[in-house]
Design a protein around this ligand. Sequence first.
Ligand SMILES: C[S@@+](CC[C@H](N)C(=O)[O-])C[C@H]1O[C@@H](n2cnc3c(N)ncnc32)[C@H](O)[C@@H]1O
Length: 236
Amino acid sequence: MNERHKRLERIFDGWAASYGRSPKEEGLFVGYRRSLEGAAALARVSAGMRVLDVGIGTGALAEKLAARGAQIWGIDISSRMLERCREHHPEFRLQSGHFLEIPFADGLFDRVVSSFAFHHLMPGEYRRAFTEVLRVMVPGGRFVIADIMFASDEERQAARDRLAAWWDEEEVYPFVPCVTAAAWEAGTAGVESHRLGWLHWAVTGSKPDAEGQREGGPGEATMRNPRAEGAGSGRR
Ligand SMILES: C[S@@+](CC[C@H](N)C(=O)[O-])C[C@H]1O[C@@H](n2cnc3c(N)ncnc32)[C@H](O)[C@@H]1O
């Protein structure tokens, strides 16, 4: 873990006490609950699936997937967040861990999900994060990375102007095309981006099957509105 990661760990350890079950719906988290619903639907989880939540926090996304019958594993850099999560969900299997070094063997999970943790990575780290996500999934496994993201610099600037004091100059919020490109370069099949709300997007994709087949490419990554399509229903 480098200095920046250690600083983040301290910030989230400090935030854990007042965090409650989820962040307040203000600033960059306006629409948080609705976006989490969208992300949960995109995961297309069914009963018995093994799901890893990276940056699980207090477990807000994972609990939606547990309600659909998934078995939950969670990692987080903050031990205090994990304590809060354990209080609410003693049945989850939780441990300390980082996006860039997921502490599990290859091919263990049917799904890897993450909500509002990816934006703490730097753009140069995105590809490695996806390599890790793909590594720990079974062939054909699917991931959903939901977060604050922007489709373009214009969109980012508009949000910055509108949010004014809520905008955090220290954060490097991801651009959707950079995230989809990194996912593709790491070897993802069927990369797609989905607008979840004004400030929130999800990037989804799969680990290629045993034949190593994959479709599309970063330029062809599709942008979809899951609510307009009935999130998660049917195969895309
Ligand atoms: C804003 S909270 C979101 C928590 C939860 N997923 C949710 O949607 O409410 C971000 C979480 O990601 C964790 N986190 C940040 N960077 C991380 C990283 N590189 N690897 C794992 N967890 C990370 C933080 O400790 C924190 O618990």
